[in-house]
Design a protein around this ligand. Structure first.
Ligand code: SF4
Length: 301
């Protein structure tokens, strides 16, 4: 690298403890398996390289036509599953190894303990974590953005005014007794804005900040990248937390590239960017970041 150029990795980037735990557990199960096969229910984590590594160790995706025997093992993904899905897996009669991140499990315990209250869940409704969590309680409304939250509050307030039960046909009753939780990888700014909105509208809700500490570290780590001329965000194209990193950086830096692996680096003259930052999602292995750091350093040397 020359004196006019700088490349650095944002603090908190890469594998979080939950992902490291899930990957290690899956690899250990595969390594110690004396007989039978190991199946994975869904994606362990959202990273293709990790998926390929698991496949190389003999771990296969659980499919409709998979033939499961008593000696086999099914792995539960890091994002967790609903109790109903777990029951379904148990009916195969084989061993189940739970790779759910303990912090996601903690959110599901809060949901369960409050299962009879009205629950607002902030996050992506199609994300496996949210899909799994929705199985732990009854009266849940998922809000993906402030507009949806605002509409929900308006419905509740309207009901208050007309003194009717709120959304009777969906089992939502009354306007009190609401709680709010969030996806573990939610954007901290979204939670803050949601809190403010509830305050402004006098919407009485008990708020649980369930964004995990790894996500908070990762999002705060982006601060050091805001003065960069270009930022490379590394992570799976369907990883929720990588998408949030990418969107956040796009609001602050003109040139932002989202790649999965070193081979995706754009064939451009990287020397036009004096200061290049690298940030990575929670399911991105350290080795992927190091490869990219090495490659960029060569390109600007
Ligand atoms: S991002 Fe947080 S909740 Fe998700 S796997 Fe990592 S540590 Fe667990």
């Amino acid at each position: 690298m020359n004196e006019d150029h700088e490349v650095f990795i944002a603090p908190g980037s890469g594998f979080c403890k939950g992902v490291a735990f899930a990957v290690q557990k899956a690899l250990d199960v595969a390594k110690n398996k004396k007989e039978g096969s190991v199946f994975l229910d869904g994606e362990l984590v959202h990273n293709r390289a990790v998926g390929e590594r698991l496949y190389a160790q003999g771990i296969r995706p659980l499919q409709r036509n998979s033939k499961i025997h008593g000696g086999d093992t099914i792995l539960i993904r890091a994002h967790g599953i609903s109790p109903k899905r777990r029951l379904f897996l148990e009916h195969f009669g084989c061993k189940i190894e739970d790779c759910t991140c303990p912090l996601v499990r903690k959110i599901s315990r809060i949901m369960e303990a409050n299962r009879h209250r009205q629950i607002i869940l902030l996050g992506d409704r199609n994300h496996p974590e949210i899909e799994g969590l929705c199985g732990y309680a009854e009266n849940i409304r998922v809000c993906e953005n402030l507009k949806e939250l605002s509409q929900l509050i308006a419905e509740v307030c309207q009901n208050k005014k007309t003194d009717k039960n709120f959304l009777d046909n969906k089992n939502f009753k009354g306007t009190e007794n609401w709680i709010m939780l969030c996806q573990s990888t939610l954007d901290m700014d979204f939670l803050e804005a949601a809190k403010n909105l509830c305050g402004e509208k006098n919407f009485s809700v008990e708020i649980f900040d369930t964004i995990c500490s790894a996500t908070k570290r990762r999002q705060s780590g982006l601060e050091v990248l805001k003065d960069c001329d270009a930022v490379i965000v590394v992570g799976g194209f369907h990883s929720a937390n990588t998408k949030r990193l990418f969107e956040k950086m796009k609001r602050q830096v003109a040139a932002v590239f989202w790649i999965e692996k070193v081979g995706d680096l754009a064939p451009i003259n990287w020397r036009i960017y004096p200061k290049i930052g690298i940030a990575a999602g929670a399911s991105t292995p350290q080795s992927a970041m190091e490869n990219i750091y090495g490659e960029i350093s060569k390109k600007i040397a």
